[in-house]
Design a protein around this ligand. Structure first.
Ligand code: KG4
Ligand code: ZN
Length: 338
């Protein structure tokens, strides 16, 4: 069964054709990164306008690359939540029009569920249940993935998301957008013990995260040095900071594995491309005899293929959009709203 999938929740306009949730027949991404770079971050209104300009071309190319016409497609999947509302609306409306015109059912897909599904297209053998660390620009969750469409949030951030915390620190260090990925590259080979950072704990919620203190610490280090006229070794500072962020993520993830007795760990979202997180998890999981799955690097960031994969499982669960489907800026991974 082939699904045409559309993703426009942030600054990538993306479409893909995926067969049976696992086989990627095409995956087209039109990135706006160069334009948002000028502003040091995603400008929501610009993102929406570019989606509007690009979406028809991207969807057409995804169908062409997969050698498919509408007759070959059984359903249309679309990201409807969470994300930038104006950006989501472009994808949702386009998908609704297409579904109406082509007479194909519309499947609403939660963005974070699709990030988890990036693993299904990377690993054919992976099936729920498992424990997932979902780390993107806007979210940091530890999720008990009970089935393809049932999720329980065990831990979440109380303030900034891991990606946001890396992006803001990168900006303070003068590293250009997209901060997280550039900081990862720049910090390679730096001394990760050169700077000390606090290890925040959330009282009475051992699986929750708090990153705002780490972010404030790094900004204070930079300001203090600049007031004293001292130089900062950005490579060392970046390496120390990434180490601190990664330790928060891996410590809580391992606590969750102990509590739940999970034997399979999965990562998802843009931050799961981070080289230190990947190395650390590989080593920790091998010591603890946990099976680890991390998405192929090309599926860590936003893309249509992961949406096509999750849409297949939502379809099988009978999750279809009604005519009044709307985009939603904020919606828990465990919730359905269609
Ligand atoms: O999942 P994603 O592409 O979009 C959202 O749904 O938010 O995640 C974007 C986040 C950004 O904060 C970006 O800085 C971060 O993922 N990111 C990274 C790396 N590549 C992307 N963070 C750390 N290291 C990376 N290599
Ligand atoms: Zn994302």
């Amino acid at each position: 069964m082939k699904i045409l999938a559309i993703e426009s929740s942030c600054d990538e306009t993306a479409a893909a054709v995926v067969e049976d949730g696992r086989r990627v027949l095409s995956n087209v991404i039109s990135s706006q990164v160069e334009e948002h770079k000028i502003y040091g971050g995603v400008v929501p209104e610009i993102a929406s306008r570019r989606h509007t300009e690009n979406i028809a071309r991207v969807v057409k190319k995804a169908l062409e690359d997969a050698n498919c016409g509408y007759d070959d497609i059984e359903a249309i999947g679309v990201t409807y939540a969470p994300g930038l509302i104006g950006a989501l609306l472009v994808g949702v409306n386009f998908a609704k029009g297409l579904s109406f015109a082509a007479g194909k059912p519309l499947v609403p897909v939660h963005h974070l569920r699709s990030h988890i599904a990036a693993n299904y297209i990377s690993y054919n053998d992976l099936e729920p249940p498992f424990l997932a660390l979902v780390v993107s620009g806007g979210h940091s969750h530890i999720v008990n993935v009970k089935s393809y469409t049932e999720f329980e949030v065990l831990g979440k951030t109380r303030d900034d998301a891991a990606g946001e915390c890396l992006d803001k620190a990168a900006r303070a260090m003068g590293i250009p957008y997209p901060g997280g990925a550039n900081l990862d590259r720049m910090a390679k080979g730096g001394n990760a013990s050169a700077y000390m950072f606090p290890h925040p704990h959330v009282e009475n919620a051992p699986l929750d995260f708090s990153f705002s203190g780490l972010k404030t610490s790094v900004i204070n280090i930079i300001h203090n040095a600049s007031q004293k006229g001292e130089n900062i070794n950005i490579q060392d500072l970046g390496a120390s900071y990434i180490k601190a962020v990664v330790k928060c993520l891996t410590d809580n993830l391992m606590k969750a594995a102990e509590i739940t007795g999970a034997k399979t760990i999965v990562t998802a979202g843009g931050v799961s491309a981070n080289s230190v997180l990947r190395e650390q998890l590989e080593s920790i999981c091998s010591i603890r005899n946990l099976k680890l799955y991390m998405p192929a690097l090309k599926y860590c960031g936003d893309n249509g293929a992961m949406v096509g994969s999750q849409a297949f499982y939502e379809f099988k669960a009978g999750h279809f959009a009604k005519e009044n489907l709307n985009a939603i800026a904020s919606l828990g991974i465990d919730k359905n709203s269609f």
